[in-house]
Design a protein around this ligand. Structure first.
Ligand code: FAD
Ligand code: SF4
Length: 493
């Protein structure tokens, strides 16, 4: 007989390897305590994976498969027991993208006969196709995305982009207006399986960060499909225009909250994109959403595959400050940070612009060590995996790779946060001030960043205007701003 090992982020009935199974083959699933402590993961991440695994095992058994499910201290312990009982000739696995798990499997392959199957449909592209499509540097997401639209025939009419252009990004940057509200996303109530897992996580992983009682994530395919349907029918319309906006006590806005389900196989990216393309919603919203999955998600994964190993240590700007402790409890008077961190502690999630333009921007301007920052993202988010965290954090948010992934750093002053959010209204700092006592700390630090990297960015098409703006200032004004920036760093935790 043969064993088919399904990992906790491969929970799809459409896995290619399942099509290869015969009657006496056995599926193996392992809830390993040691894997759950590779990092101090947010408690809700552990609940999601263990609960979704247990539900998936039940679904497979209902379909007639034999499933050998283990709650073990380690993968090895579970395998020793499995091999003793079943003596498999071969062990089949689905390809993994994350380097640490790929290494683990390689080691495992030295002891056992391991057969690897493609991870399509967890991604549109197999690992080989992803790196091939990305091609040689310089990489560009818009080129990659156009290729994907054509290759998979998405939003095309007679080979041309529907609506006459490939991207409607320019229509999708509305600031939040007073009184704006959004239809709520579905929050799922934990069933008895999830409640059991919550108990296990609270007792076994009590030292891990994050709250657990507020768990509301979909843990089955049926729940994930319900969330997708509701998003497409009720929330996609406002996803587009307010994609970049941030609002007080509105951590979800019109974001889909589907990444947690997509990244563990409860939804395939293709079914999500297909559902969005059939929606009764403005094309700018549909295209804006499709670009995130068919474009950004696949692009990030292709970049990860091309830059690893080694990428985890990039630190172009040589930032070495420590990440402050308020990242774990959201207790800070800087309101934009408080508003962005609160949902991470409570739900292991916040939306893209909070991740990029508040937290990433903070880490860059406050000169926080990139590895500490990416570790925090890797540990605290419900949807975090190495392949998606490292390019998003080190490449996109921190520009710590020197521009391999993105053409410019996503740095901004408090004025940007003030324009795109209502956070500054309830903050003790003033986004219009730069050197005064109540000045928003992002302002002077923004100019310090431009000053320190003047030479690098004076040749960058998308940054050179800001460099010229800085160079054109009076020397006394510049000295005051730089002194304020220095003081801000000295005073910050
Ligand atoms: P929506 O805003 O509804 O977007 C739709 C879908 O598009 C998401 O579900 C996701 O599958 C995909 N997507 C959108 N942007 C990206 C992107 N840049 N990379 C990959 N997929 C994308 N995404 C993760 O899945 N896991 C992470 O750990 C993660 N960490 C991030 C860290 C930083 C600093 C930044 C800037 C982005 C990160 N992202 C990550 C990307 C993005 O922020 C999340 O996918 C998104 O916020 C998830 O919420 P949602 O499902 O409501 O997304
Ligand atoms: Fe954030 Fe500055 Fe606005 Fe306060 S004033 S919320 S610190 S951007």
């Amino acid at each position: 007989m043969r064993s088919f090992w399904i990992l906790g982020n491969q929970l799809s009935h459409e896995l290619a390897m399942l099509k290869d199974m015969k009657e006496d083959d056995v599926i193996v699933m392992i809830e390993a305590t040691s894997r759950a402590t590779w990092r101090p993961y947010h408690k809700q991440k552990l609940v999601l994976i263990f609960s979704a695994m247990r539900h998936f095992a039940e679904e497979l058994r209902d379909k007639g498969y034999t499933v050998d499910y283990h709650e073990a201290d380690s993968f090895q312990e579970a395998w020793d027991n499995h091999v003793k009982q079943y003596t498999p000739d071969e062990i089949h696995v689905t390809a993994v993208t994350d380097e640490p798990m790929a290494k683990k499997l390689k080691q495992f392959g030295k002891k056992h006969k391991l057969i690897e199957h493609t991870d399509v449909p967890l991604f549109y592209l197999s690992k080989e196709e992803a790196t091939e499509t990305l091609g040689n540097e310089p990489w560009r997401m818009d080129r990659f995305y156009r290729h994907m639209r054509k290759r998979f025939d998405v939003l095309l009419e007679e080979g041309k982009p529907r609506g006459g252009k490939w991207s409607f990004d320019a229509d999708n940057r509305k600031p939040p207006n007073e009184g704006l509200s959004f239809p709520s996303a579905i929050h799922f109530r934990p069933d008895s399986i999830t409640k059991d897992v919550i108990e296990k996580v609270e007792s076994t992983f009590s030292e891990h960060p994050g709250e657990v009682t507020s768990f509301h994530w979909p843990v089955t395919h049926a729940e994930a499909r319900r969330a997708l349907k509701q998003f497409v029918e009720e929330r996609l319309e406002t996803f587009g225009p307010y994609q970049d906006a941030m609002m007080t006590d509105e951590p979800e806005m019109s974001h889909s909250l589907l990444s947690a389900a997509i990244n563990i196989g409860l939804l395939t990216p293709r079914e999500v994109v297909d559902a969005a393309c059939q929606a009764d919603a403005p094309l700018s919203s549909i295209e804006g959403f499709v670009r995130q999955i068919l474009g950004w998600r696949e692009y990030m994964r292709a970049v990860y595959l091309s830059v690893m190993p080694g990428y985890e240590d990039v630190n172009t700007f040589k930032h070495e400050r420590d990440l402050p402790s308020f990242f774990w409890d959201a207790k800070t008077e800087l309101n934009c940070l408080h508003q962005s961190l609160k949902p991470v502690v409570a739900h292991a999630h916040n939306h893209h612009i909070q991740r990029l333009m508040v937290l990433g921007n903070y880490a860059t301007l406050f000169e926080i060590n990139p590895k500490q920052t990416s570790d925090w993202f890797n540990e605290m988010y419900i949807d975090a995996y190495d392949w998606v965290v490292l390019p998003n954090v080190l490449g996109m948010a921190l520009h710590a790779d020197g521009g391999k992934l993105a053409t410019k750093p996503y740095v901004a002053s408090g004025k940007y946060i003030d324009r795109m959010s209502d956070y500054c209204r309830d903050c003790p700092y003033n986004p219009k001030h730069t050197t005064e006592d109540d000045a928003c700390p992002f302002n002077a630090l923004y100019w310090r960043f431009i000053d320190r990297h003047e030479e690098r960015f004076s040749k960058n098409q998308r940054m050179k205007m800001m460099v010229r703006n800085w160079q054109g200032r009076d020397n006394d004004v510049k000295a005051d701003i730089l002194a304020k920036a220095e003081q801000t760093l000295t005073d910050s935790p």
